[in-house]
Write a protein that binds this ligand. Structure first.
Ligand code: ADP
Ligand code: MG
Length: 224
């Protein structure tokens, strides 16, 4: 089943083409890596999938439904069931771990009891048992990363977009977390779209690779 389709997508800034005629399909529960040098348009593709920006031309289709088209976002980000983890994590520094994870659950209308239970379960799953009341400020880089991951996964997204989520971590932690991301994906069964310019992450995570250069797809490779 196709969950994401890009059809002849163009996107530019300030009159300059950034993405040029992008076409691809992503299937349910795949792990796809978008790989390419800095500035080639990887983050722009994720922002288009999430619905933060519209394509100038072309269509973006999620689950068979046109969600953005020709300069318009038709279905807004909050209605796309897409989770996101970014490089800078964007955690709320003055909130506790619980506070950070709880925001999305509140927005979705979960009761206090349900929220508590879900937060306990997800923290245990990412190896942060009992971290609810810790301040985000006092966590290590790897722990913050796990909080960001928990915040996205607790909403049980159909698709998870990850934008160079491990690039600020040292090699050992990077290696450990990339293994955990694969395990979580296998366990939860979401579609993972992962952006990186790191070859080790690529080899570990990808079942399929979309190679980008200067805003164009140069190759799509199956890795099984
Ligand atoms: N909001 C923006 N305004 C102007 N230029 C932008 C904006 N966002 C991205 N760009 C430009 O688009 C190109 C692709 O950016 P990006 O998608 O972030 O690449 P990547 O994530 O592969 O490094 C870069 O040249 C970047 O400077
Ligand atoms: Mg980027």
């Amino acid at each position: 089943m196709k969950v994401i389709e890009f059809e002849s997508v163009f996107k530019g800034y300030d009159g300059k083409d950034i993405l040029k005629d992008i076409n691809f399909e992503i299937f349910k529960d795949e792990r796809v890596v978008f790989f390419g040098p800095s500035g080639c348009g990887k983050t722009t593709i994720l922002r288009l999938i999430a619905g933060f920006i519209p394509p100038d031309r072309g269509e973006i289709i999620l689950n068979g439904r046109v969600v953005s088209k020709n300069g318009k976002v038709i279905v807004p980000p909050e209605d796309r069931n897409v989770g996101m983890v970014f490089q800078d994590l964007a955690l709320w520094p003055h909130f506790s771990v619980r506070g950070n994870i709880e925001l999305g659950l509140k927005a979705k209308g979960f009761s206090k009891t349900e929220r508590k239970k879900k937060i306990r379960e997800i923290l245990s799953l990412v190896g942060l048992n009992g971290y609810e009341n810790r301040s985000v400020n006092e966590l290590s880089g790897g722990e913050k990363q796990r909080v960001a991951l928990s915040r996205a996964l607790v909403l049980n997204p159909e698709m998870l977009l990850m934008d160079e989520p491990l690039s600020s971590l040292d090699f050992e932690l990077n290696e450990r977390l990339r293994e955990e991301i694969v395990k979580l994906q296998e366990k939860f069964g979401f579609t993972l779209i992962y952006v990186t310019h790191n070859r080790e992450e690529l080899s570990h995570i990808a079942k399929r690779v979309v190679y980008l250069k200067d805003g164009e797809i140069v190759e799509i490779e199956e890795r099984g």
